[in-house]
Write a protein that binds this ligand. Structure first.
Ligand SMILES: C[S@@+](CC[C@H](N)C(=O)[O-])C[C@H]1O[C@@H](n2cnc3c(N)ncnc32)[C@H](O)[C@@H]1O
Length: 221
């Protein structure tokens, strides 16, 4: 079973951007899947999982996945488990705010972390705190992406002139509607993103900008 069996279209479930992973796998998804599925015992924390497109792909490939999102995706995950004959130790969903991650989940040991299109919904300081915590509770890699200042979301973005520490600004009404983003965001330049990851302790193996101006990175311990 794949996420596309459920025929999602490009939509926003929570007013925090389009859920792309439930429709298609991008290069970061494919690279992470290739890496995780080669391990015997990968246990991956998927933050901002949305409707679980990548979580399902990982679980079907034999990875144990704990997926977290502020939206209510409990029934969708239940449906995935039933259709793919997976138990909840292979594919679990927890609803909650990743800014409170240490209080939200009891597990403290993961092999890897996966977090696509979500970090910019946190302030820079919250992002730094979370990334430090993720470093502590994992042993191997982090696959992560963030919306870039050079993306279309960055057009007319009022946070552009603010320092990264105070850059947390809502999009104007037109862009909010276009991109289905109704929460403040902190957009990053590539240099800011790399510096944030390194400050949190991660070793950045590779960072690149997508055709849409977003930043993707693969990091290790
Ligand atoms: C653009 S969607 C990305 C979904 C999927 N990871 C993907 O790549 O397509 C962003 C997701 O992050 C979640 N999110 C944003 N801020 C969050 C927070 N503070 N706590 C938990 N989830 C959050 C939203 O609910 C949403 O499902």
């Amino acid at each position: 079973m794949t996420a596309s069996d459920k025929s999602f279209s490009y939509e926003s479930f929570t007013g925090r951007g389009i859920d792309v992973a439930s429709v298609r796998a991008d290069d970061l998804d494919k690279l992470s899947l290739e890496y995780f599925s080669k391990k015997n015992t990968a246990k991956v924390l998927d933050l901002g999982c949305g409707a679980g497109g990548q979580a399902l792909r990982m679980a079907v490939a034999g990875v144990c996945v704990l997926a977290v999102d502020a939206g209510d995706f409990k029934d969708i995950f239940e449906n995935y488990r039933t259709k793919a004959s997976l138990f909840s130790d292979k594919l679990a969903f927890v609803r909650g705010d990743i800014r409170n991650l240490p209080d939200l989940i009891v597990e403290r040991e993961f092999s890897d972390i996966y977090m696509q299109r979500t970090l910019h919904y946190l302030t820079y300081i919250q992002a730094l705190e979370l990334l430090k915590y993720l470093y502590k509770v994992s042993t191997d890699r982090l696959y992560i992406s963030v919306s870039g200042m050079a993306s279309d979301i960055g057009n007319d973005y009022l946070g552009r002139t603010l320092s990264i520490e105070s850059r947390f600004v809502s999009l104007d009404a037109k862009n909010a509607e276009t991109f289905q983003i109704f929460e403040p965001v902190c957009l990053y330049s590539q240099a800011e993103f790399v510096s944030l990851l390194e400050l949190a302790g991660w070793r950045v193996l590779r960072c690149w900008q997508s055709a849409f101006g977003n930043h993707k990175a693969i990091c290790s311990h």
